[in-house]
Ligand binder design. Structure first.
Ligand code: 8YV
Length: 313
């Protein structure tokens, strides 16, 4: 008998094949009536395959009384209700490491796009405006100062890439990383004031909610560029809109938003903002690696073996 697993989202085809081979899959993303779906699986669902964005809210966990494992397709688990997971003794797993490079790569892309105004330049060309004049100059990248909020796996991968651009690299982290050759700044404001490019690379969740507030945004300044490849919740989005309206921030490159997939209408109106729909880990290679690790965690758990990447709750 294959264990019953609820799939919160559709995964790449080869991952769906592994899931179907090993489990009786219940596709929540296909359900038109969510409550009826949950009622139909409540008596049997022992596993939940989730994502970083969907997580596992309290109501969902409570609707699945037989749930033993939540296997996330993503490194972030800020959307998982941890107190409920702990209370129920549920095993939680995520997919760290395999996505680090691609997320850092997109951070670099957004920095370059925002500084050199590449998407805007492409629109300019496609709109036939080049025929009428040259495109306005952007901001030089090489040799500038980079500030990283959160020097974990992804922050460090960013730093490695930024070093290749001959940048002075500073960071702010609650845990100083003394083994790394980058300068720890005493506060986020200090980091923001000293950065030409300010990267948000820390984890999401209650402890980092709106950490990048209006003061920090204004400290990045009129020449500074904000890049967020972490979680939308870390930046105060309403404050970001105000600061952009005041022309108090140079530019922004954003892959994540507070209420995805909803992006505030106002953010779409700024010409100095580059936006992508949460695609940092979205390459064929990385999504396959994330999917495989998500499956390995589920398979190991139901085989009574230690899961490869358990989140300590
Ligand atoms: C994914 C993510 O885009 O790893 C994370 O925490 O947010 C991303 O890699 C997400 O898990 C897919 O929804």
């Amino acid at each position: 008998m294959k264990p019953d697993v609820v799939l919160i989202a559709q995964y790449p085809p080869q991952i769906m094949a592994v899931l179907e081979d090993n489990f009786t899959c219940h596709k929540m993303y296909e359900a038109t009536d969510r409550d009826a779906f949950l009622a139909s699986v409540a008596g049997k669902a022992r596993g939940l395959a989730s994502t970083g964005v969907h997580g596992a809210p309290r109501a969902l966990i409570q609707a699945l009384p037989k749930l033993e494992i939540i296997s996330g397709f993503g490194v972030g688990y800020d959307a998982v209700d941890l107190p409920t997971v702990k209370e129920r003794g549920i095993v939680l797993t995520n997919t760290p490491n395999v996505l680090t490079d691609c997320v850092a790569d997109l951070g670099m892309t957004l920095m370059l796009d925002a500084a050199r105004r590449v998407p805007q330049a492409e629109r300019f060309l496609r709109d036939g405006k080049w025929l009428k004049g040259n495109y306005p100059a952007g901001v030089k990248v090489t040799g500038k100062r980079a500030g990283i909020c959160g020097l974990g796996r992804i922050g460090s991968a960013l730093a490695k890439r930024l070093a290749g651009f001959d940048m002075e690299i500073m960071y702010y982290d609650i845990e100083p990383k003394t083994n790394l050759p980058y300068r720890l700044m005493p506060s986020l404001i200090d980091l923001a004031e000293n950065s030409d490019f300010f990267f948000v690379a820390c984890y999401g969740g209650p402890t980092t909610r709106k950490l990048i507030d209006e003061k920090v945004l204004r400290a990045i300044g009129t020449k500074g560029i904000l890049v967020n490849i972490a979680r939308g919740s870390i930046v105060d989005e309403a404050a970001l809109v105000r600061v952009l309206e005041d022309k108090a921030l140079g530019a922004a490159g954003l892959d994540v938003f507070e209420d995805e997939p909803n992006v505030p209408e106002k953010l779409l109106t700024f010409d100095n903002v580059v936006l992508t729909p949460h695609i940092a880990s979205n390459t064929n290679e990385t999504r396959a690696a994330m999917g495989n690790l998500m499956c390995e965690n589920l398979i190991a758990y139901f085989a009574g073996k230690p899961v490869p990447t358990r989140v300590p709750v």
